[in-house]
Design a protein around this ligand. Structure first.
Ligand code: NI
Length: 163
């Protein structure tokens, strides 16, 4: 496993629509292992493959006290409600923004063994899933800011975790 370098927010890879993974082979397993290690080292609550320069539809998520998991080709199939959240991203260190996210989402995708899974998330989990799936579509949280007044500079290490 390896800790991968994280792209800075103006890197064009972060603005591409990532490609679907056709086959979950050894290279995808290695990518997932490296992404989990990179997410833990950051530390962060989630990471999407484009953030480490890989334009494929793979995300990893971990909530405090839980096991990390990967989703391949994830799609939001249902969302409801709205809440204001503070959000940050590893690609934009020392900033945090106040944006709106869904209160609940349902996401379907494949787990790392290729089994179809459906995940229903609320609050932090919903936010993490929306944030990471946004990355796969070339969207950053700053795109959701209603105004630049909702973007805040914060001390190094004081950012809310990317979630
Ligand atoms: Ni991010």
């Amino acid at each position: 496993m390896a800790i991968l370098p994280i792209l800075f927010f103006d890197n064009p890879v972060l603005r591409q629509k990532a490609k679907r993974v056709p086959v979950i082979d050894d290279s995808i397993q290695r990518l997932i292992d490296d992404m989990i290690e990179t997410m833990r080292a950051a530390p962060a609550g989630g990471l999407a493959a484009p953030q480490v320069g890989v334009p494929l539809r793979v995300i990893v998520v971990v909530l405090p006290g839980e096991e990390p998991f990967a989703l391949i080709n994830p799609e939001v199939v249902r969302k409801s409600g709205e809440r204001e959240v503070m959000e940050a991203c590893l690609c934009l260190p020392r900033y945090a923004g106040e944006i709106k996210r869904s209160a609940k989402v349902t996401v379907k995708g494949l787990d790392r063994r290729g089994r179809e899974v459906r995940i229903r998330g609320e609050e932090l989990m919903a936010q993490a899933l929306e944030h990471e799936i946004d990355h796969l579509n070339g969207i950053l949280y700053i795109d959701h800011l209603e105004s630049m007044e909702k973007l805040f500079k914060v001390e190094a290490g004081a950012e809310p975790p990317e979630i």
